[in-house]
Design a protein around this ligand. Structure first.
Ligand code: MRU
Length: 345
């Protein structure tokens, strides 16, 4: 499995997720501006991957800084944090990672470290955030395998895979963990309009792993459930509020309601960095509205009149009451989520 994001000397290289599955090309970021642009334009996407990328971007900015004194270095670091924080609003992992980098910086500065020492500190912290994310995903996979029956037809929405993390994936980590634990798993991937993360990315990476995957359009999920073709749903998350309400890719809410209607377990898989205890419930989660062109066009083909009014909220919130369990690297949490999540924070 190719790494989603990696260092190439002082630069950051990432697979261009806008081009998959047709071409496997890479984008190299030489500056923190390049990194911010890559996140905003979805070269890299997926909550944990965005966080890892921002942390590496801050280390990159520090490595490239010409500042000789800590004052200028600190001003630049702050500016870079603000720039990256303004890229995408919903995935809390972005803000979590920036906060961790700020903390590492502040502790170093307080201890009187030099500019060079601060640079090293930021690089070490970013690398730890990267490596911890892979570890978390593997643990999510191990815990998640326990909720997957011996033979399971699993529906997933969007891409919460290796491409959306530093590696292995969250929802797809559960699927990989189940396969590694010897379960017989087939996957149904919602195509996930408008950006098609399911059709383009989930199908691509699961097929690369030899996992039996069928792509359906989003409006087919209900019929598949009714026909008894789905045993379990597992999705990722962009932000989980303290009460368990979960923001994830637009369409997740619909899938959750359908799963409840058909008595199908609905699991959310996410690392602890996606849990935002400072947000009490889903109403307080900011939902990104993306460019209308994502809706009016599929690739370069126009599919809606140019005069049509367009809405493109990129995420929705699934109320906690529809969630069977939240699978994290610390274990599987069930309702009441407010008690369960706070109890382990
Ligand atoms: O807009 P995206 O592609 O960044 O949205 C991604 C999702 O909604 C994922 O399901 C979520 O980030 C979890 S990724 C492990």
């Amino acid at each position: 499995m190719l790494p989603t994001i990696a260092w190439d000397g002082d630069a950051i290289v990432m697979v261009d997720q806008r081009k998959l599955p047709v071409t496997e090309t890479y984008v190299t970021c030489h500056t923190v501006n390049d990194v911010a642009k890559a996140i905003k334009t979805m070269v890299i996407r997926g909550a944990p991957a965005i966080g890892v990328c921002a942390a590496m971007g801050l280390a990159l900015g520090a490595a490239r800084s010409k500042a000789t004194g800590t004052k200028q270095f600190t001003t630049e670091f702050q500016r870079n944090c603000d720039l990256l924080a303004a890229t995408r609003p919903t995935a809390v992992n972005l803000f979590w990672a920036i906060e961790r980098m700020k903390q590492a910086f502040a502790e170093g500065a307080q201890a009187g470290k030099s500019v060079d020492q601060l640079r090293t500190r930021l690089r070490v912290t970013a690398d730890r955030i990267h490596d911890d994310d892979v570890e978390s995903c593997r643990a999510i996979g191990r815990f998640g395998a326990a909720v997957v029956p011996d033979t399971a037809r699993i529906l997933t929405h969007c891409n919460a895979g290796a491409l959306a993390t530093a590696g292995y994936g969250t929802a797809l980590g559960v699927i990989r963990g189940a396969v590694e634990a010897g379960r017989t798993v087939t996957v149904m991937a919602d195509e996930t309009r408008p950006f098609l993360q399911g059709a383009r990315l989930t199908a691509w990476e699961l097929l690369k792993d030899g996992i039996d995957t069928t792509v359906i359009t989003d409006n087919m999920a209900g019929a598949m459930m009714r026909a008894g073709e789905i045993d379990l749903v597992v999705v990722g998350a962009d932000r989980i509020a303290a009460n368990g309400d979960t923001a994830n890719k637009i369409g997740t809410y619909t899938v959750a309601v359908l799963a409840r209607e058909h008595g199908i377990p609905f699991y959310v898989a996410a690392p602890w960095s996606t849990i935002d205890l400072s947000t009490p419930d889903g109403r307080a989660i900011p939902i990104e509205e993306r460019p209308s062109r994502e809706v009016t066009h599929v690739g370069n083909t126009q599919v809606a009149p140019s005069t049509a009014k367009i809405r493109n909220p990129s995420f929705d919130v699934t109320p906690a009451k529809f969630i069977t369990g939240i699978i994290t690297e610390r274990g599987v949490y069930t309702a009441p989520f407010d008690v369960a999540l706070r109890g382990t924070s």
